[in-house]
Design a protein. Structure first.
Length: 515
């Protein structure tokens, strides 16, 4: 049996080989590569690439185009097979290759391999239910920041040290990205120009996986990021794939074509002239509630209800699609119930809350917690209201609705009395238990008590009656002259004195003149 192998002096082993699918597959012994059978519907786009002499792997990326490695394409007739196992009677769906395109600068010598990438176009249609997986565009390219990212490798290659029959079954494995090389001079061992490499531990690519995809997830979508190219000797130490995004614009796009549903980045790549949502679409597919990347066949489809369809105005609510129409939501309510901000909505920024001037009153209707004023956009309370009336016979409280309240204590409640002795409450006033305690016995003084300072005595004015036929003069109670019976303290008795007669005479003279 003849097999096509590419082996580098630096111990790089490449493409696997084998007989036609109807024959028994026999391969040399290689180490175990920890993979699991891949029967997922999403990876039905991963195909076997066969030329009756050697077997590789490839990925259908759209427009009947399969992306594979340059060293997998020969001048012999070729086929691509859709399915999960190349064994006899497995039901693989084979399609003949009608066109081939190997990168014009591909070189596969015994010392180096560069630009190891190619495409083939097959005849007919892919099996029903199979969807293409797009190649990674340059706008989403892999960089050194992706080192450590887990990639998924899929291929029909060999997986077991002693089981040569393992080749021809689609397996998948994952490994983290270790090297990213874009330098024209290469990146040293092991990465060559425009390659991404992994360390084959705990799993990796091997014979027959050449041309197979290294998948990466970008924006929740799977893309072909690498095309398996070469490994270390006996599939050990490392495995390298051609970095697909470096060939996006100048090699892949202009050959893939633009059938409906094919990946695109511009209208020029689509036969219809419409590139919508990243795929070639049969119509312009105008309208925010229409999409062309939902059906998989490049036709406009109404997006599911409640899919957001926002406009540029943040103030008119959250718009969503309902039955293909963009329906506006409830206008944005920017009121925050803060009296210390001016609230309004800006179409570009949404709700704005500008602080009012510090010191602006912001009363809360509760007179008990003081006068509230605005401070840096917040309402700050003032000093609590002082309701103390300094009367020991009232209970002083503050009612949030009516303000200060002073309730009289029950009569007989002790109220101290201070320096003048003990006291009790009576009708809301504090009275001394001994009311005469401050009486100094002087009728020409007014005597009272100040609890904090004691008894006080204030002189009464001159002329104040301080006894029968007596009055106060210079704070001394003295007898009143000409005071007879029955008068007292008035300065005259039962008979009028001379002064009284003079007043009466003047009274009558005035009356006489009025006549």
């Amino acid at each position: 049996m003849k097999c096509r192998w590419i082996v580098l002096v630096l111990s790089f082993a490449l493409a696997a080989c084998g007989p036609p699918p109807e024959q028994e597959l026999v391969f040399n012994n290689y180490p175990i590569l920890n993979g699991t059978p891949d029967t997922s519907q999403a990876h039905m786009a991963v195909v076997a690439v066969y030329d009756d002499y050697a077997m590789c792997t490839g990925t259908w990326i759209g427009s009947n185009v399969v992306l594979t490695a340059g060293h997998c394409v020969s001048s012999r007739p070729m086929q691509v097979g859709f399915g999960n196992n190349m064994g006899w009677g497995s039901g693989m769906a084979w399609r003949s290759v009608t066109e081939k395109r190997v990168h014009p600068q591909y070189s596969g010598s015994s010392t180096s391999i560069v630009n190891d990438i190619a495409m083939v176009r097959f005849s007919g249609s892919p099996p029903t239910g199979v969807s293409p997986i797009p190649h990674l565009p340059s706008s989403l390219k892999i960089t050194s920041a992706d080192i450590g990212t887990m990639l998924t490798y899929v291929g029909f290659g060999q997986t077991s040290v002693n089981d040569g029959n393992s080749a021809g079954t689609k397996y998948m494995m994952t490994n983290d990205l270790r090297w990213v090389c874009t330098s024209i001079s290469g990146c040293g061992y092991p990465a060559g120009y425009n390659t991404i490499c992994e360390d084959q531990s705990p799993s990796g690519i091997c014979s027959g996986d050449s041309g197979g995809p290294a998948f990466i997830i970008r924006n929740n979508r799977e893309y072909v990021a690498g095309v398996a190219s070469y490994t270390g000797q006996y599939c050990a130490q490392f495995g390298c794939s051609t970095k697909v995004d470096e060939y996006d614009v100048d090699f892949i796009r202009d050959w893939v074509g633009g059938d409906p549903g094919d990946f695109c980045s511009g209208a020029a790549q689509c036969d219809s002239g419409y590139c919508v949502d990243g795929v070639c679409c049969t119509t312009p597919c105008n309208g925010v509630c229409q999409a062309c990347d939902l059906s998989g066949n490049g036709t406009c489809t109404t997006v599911p209800d409640h899919t957001p369809c926002p406009d540029s105005d943040l103030c008119n609510g959250d718009e969503v699609c309902i039955s293909g129409q963009c329906i506006g939501g409830q206008p944005l309510n920017c009121t925050n119930n803060n009296p210390c901000t001016n609230d309004y909505c800006d179409p570009a920024q949404g709700c704005i809350h500008d602080p009012v001037l510090d010191g602006t009153p912001c009363p809360n209707g509760n007179p008990c917690d003081g006068d509230e004023t605005c401070l840096r956009g917040n309402c700050a309370v003032g000093d609590p209201k002082d309701c103390d009336d300094h009367n020991p016979c009232t209970q002083d409280t503050c009612d949030p609705a009516s303000g200060c309240r002073h309730s009289m204590l029950e009569d007989g409640t002790g109220c101290g009395g201070g320096l003048c002795g003990s006291g009790v409450c009576s009708m809301g006033e504090c009275v001394l238990t001994d009311p005469d305690i401050c009486d100094d016995g002087d009728p020409c003084t007014e005597d009272w008590c100040e609890p904090e300072s004691g008894c006080l005595h204030e002189a009464l004015p001159d002329g104040y009656e301080c006894g029968k036929c007596m009055m106060c003069v210079d704070s001394i109670c003295v007898d009143v002259d000409d005071c007879g019976e029955p008068g007292c303290g008035c300065g005259y008795g039962s008979e009028p004195g001379p002064a009284v007669w003079i007043l009466l005479a003047m009274f009558f003279l005035v009356i006489g003149r009025r006549k």
